[in-house]
Design a protein around this ligand. Structure first.
Ligand code: EPU
Length: 314
């Protein structure tokens, strides 16, 4: 699949890999754990698998190298009693990928908890630390999505005591289990919700939400609401956030399939690869869903996971 591949375990090996690519004018593709990545075809360049490990904890900050596993980091913080990341429990992937797509769940985005992102510039070899504001975070987005020259080497997170438990799934779990709001209780609630709602990617290969939740203007939302009063919404600083899962589900598309891929019956936003599906199958089912949602609601769905090579479209 890739012309060149290597794994880096530290900064020195990363610099060596970058020099190797420079000497041969190769494109570099950075690979974390691959849980939010769709591979289209042969990669004509150097794939660098990030295995830079290490983490430290103190009362004022959590530092983790980018090759660490995000789920494990959050689990470990929970075990150690470090609050702040509980809403982001069980999100599959590496620590390095987390700021790139500004992961978010159950009312918290990583940008709400992140202090700095440490990087190495693959072109100039400069080591640069970005403050939270410098990362240009927004919904599932940051400057690192466009500026591929920054290799994220680590993140620094500020522990926070402020608890977020307004999300219906979390609230219901706390009530049903008669748990008082705490970082540990929210962690349990989020884990339970994810296990119940999202197909396990280890058994049913998937990349999590396949589409972003579309953000529309208040006027657009009002027009939709008049026709579809039951349509759910979330308030967002950028407008009104609709539920892509609801849009797909309301059209009865759960269970629809193309080739080896189907729309999960468990969650309408998840596409499951049941049997060695091809990129072509994925392209077909993605276009089918987008077309159906657009003709019913006049809303364009945007693909959420990263596609590699980036010039391919879904
Ligand atoms: N819904 C349906 N049908 C379904 C599933 C959900 O109609 O099959 C409706 C329900 O009304 C539900 C609403 O959609 O209340 C929202 O569903 P859910 O709570 O599962 O959240 P989501 O908006 O679909 C987002 C993130 C998830 C994150 C959850 C929880 C995006 C694209 N997805 O999903 O993140 O876990 O919120 O906060 O923002 C991911 O990014 O891969 C991911 C899984």
């Amino acid at each position: 699949m890739a012309r060149w591949f290597c794994q880096v375990n530290n900064h020195e090996e990363l610099l060596e890999a970058a020099a190797f690519a420079k000497e041969r004018s190769l494109h570099i593709f950075v690979l974390g754990l691959g849980t939010n990545l769709i591979l289209g075809k042969h990669i004509d360049g150097l794939v660098i698998r990030n295995n830079i490990r290490g983490k430290t904890f103190s009362d004022s900050e959590v530092k983790a190298a980018s090759g660490e596993n995000w789920e494990e980091l959050v689990g470990f913080c929970n075990y150690k009693g470090v609050p702040g990341l509980e809403n982001l429990a069980l999100i599959p992937g590496s620590v390095g990928a987390a700021p790139i797509q500004n992961i978010g769940a159950y009312g918290v985005e990583l940008s709400d908890r992140l202090k700095t992102v440490e990087t190495l510039n693959l072109i100039t070899n400069e080591v640069v630390t970005f403050s939270n504001a410098d990362c240009e975070f927004s919904y599932r987005d940051s400057r690192f999505k466009k500026e591929k020259e920054w290799f994220v080497t680590g993140v620094t997170i500020s522990p926070r005591n402020e608890l977020v438990f307004e999300y219906p799934d979390v609230k219901a779990y706390l009530e049903e289990n008669e748990l008082k709001e705490s970082s540990k209780a929210i962690y349990r609630a989020v884990c339970a919700a994810r296990v119940r709602k999202l197909p396990d990617f280890r058994r049913f290969p998937n990349v999590g939400s396949f589409f972003k939740n579309p953000i529309v203007t208040t006027e657009e939302y009002q027009r939709l609401k008049d026709r579809f009063p039951e349509m759910p919404k979330h308030i967002d600083p950028r407008g009104i956030k609709l539920s892509a899962a609801w849009l797909i589900d309301s059209l009865g598309l759960k269970g629809e399939s193309v080739g080896g891929i189907s729309i999960s019956r468990q969650h309408a936003l998840v596409l499951v690869n049941h049997s060695a599906a091809t990129f072509d199958d994925l392209q077909k089912i993605s276009k089918f869903i987008r077309k159906r949602v657009y003709s019913a609601y006049n809303v364009l769905l945007e693909v959420e996971p990263e596609v590699c090579p980036p010039q391919l479209s879904l």
